[in-house]
Write a protein that binds this ligand. Structure first.
Ligand code: SAH
Length: 269
């Protein structure tokens, strides 16, 4: 890795789930001192407004896996920009290393010998669960959680290991799973997850536009379709979703819920 001249640095920065309040101090400092901002569509306008007026802003328009600028092209762009600028801030929704392809960009930068730093962000799984009042883990209810993507492979298949995921005691969080929710729910039920397992879909989590649909796994796809939820939406499946009835704190549009779930008695509610 030889350097050809003075170079700037690329910061792969997690912008969190939407609300500017959930940026890290490191992310805020970098946004305020950036020379160039390269951002995805998931990054909220309120966050871009935190940058000084004269900063060059480049949208690479990526949202829910549909890229308006090719991933290889984005990586090349970062390398080129680092040759001409002191601080290139690559802003990504949530956390750059959680379904954000930040590691692919980091690899490209490493290969090109460009110095870089990774700034973690609050990822949709923890953000949406907190703002929907749904704990990802709860003693005696959920032993852990897994995050997967419902995005289809190029051959149209879902790349998921259904038997391993169909564990009702481990909360399952699906990113980019809105379009494929009917198939995901059907495959999980076929692999042994109870149709009655509590599940939720959180649209625009943490923002004033947050909407939550809750219902049994077997019915969630129909409920979500009936309410017309759009991207970005996060799906959470597991017993602890039922606890959200009792610890809902964020003002939001609650579209469906099941206050009679037997689990509430099990956790003393
Ligand atoms: N790197 C991001 C995820 C990018 S994939 C992160 O760490 O959060 C994009 C998917 O994330 C969306 O399709 C949606 O499933 C989820 N997502 C991101 N922000 C969200 C939000 N505010 N509300 C609901 N889902 C969100």
């Amino acid at each position: 890795m030889t350097r050809t001249g003075p170079r700037g640095k690329v910061f792969l920065v997690g912008a969190g789930p939407g609300s500017p309040d959930l940026l890290t101090l490191r992310a805020l400092g970098l946004i305020q001192s950036a020379d160039v901002l390269v951002y995805d569509r998931l990054v909220a306008p309120e966050i871009l407004e935190l940058a000084p007026a004269g900063v060059t802003r480049i949208s690479v328009g990526k949202s829910t896996g549909r890229h308006s600028v090719d991933q290889a092209e984005i990586s090349r762009m970062l390398v080129t920009l680092a040759g001409k600028n002191r601080s290139v801030v690559r802003l990504k929704g949530g956390d750059p290393f959680v379904f954000g392809r930040g590691s692919e960009e980091a690899l490209a930068l490493a290969r090109a010998g460009v110095p870089f730093e990774v700034v973690p962000g609050v990822t949709a799984a923890t953000a949406c669960s907190a703002y929907a009042g749904i704990p990802l883990t709860h003693r005696g209810v959920s032993r852990g959680f897994r995050v997967v993507t419902g995005h289809l492979l190029e051959n149209g298949e879902l790349d998921l290991h259904w038997q391993a995921l169909a564990d009702p005691e481990c909360t399952l969080v699906v990113y980019m799973g809105l379009a494929t929710l009917p198939a995901i729910a059907a495959r999980l039920v076929a692999a042994g997850m109870p149709e009655s397992l509590p599940a939720a879909a959180v649209e625009n989590g943490t923002t004033r536009r947050q909407r939550v649909v809750r219902g049994p796994l077997g019915e969630l796809p129909a409920l979500v379709a009936a309410r017309g939820l759009e991207s970005p939406t996060l799906v959470i499946i597991g017993h602890s979703v039922a606890i959200g009835d009792a610890i809902q704190w964020f003002p939001q549009e609650e579209l469906e819920h099941d206050p009679s779930h037997p689990l509430l008695a099990r956790v003393g509610l």
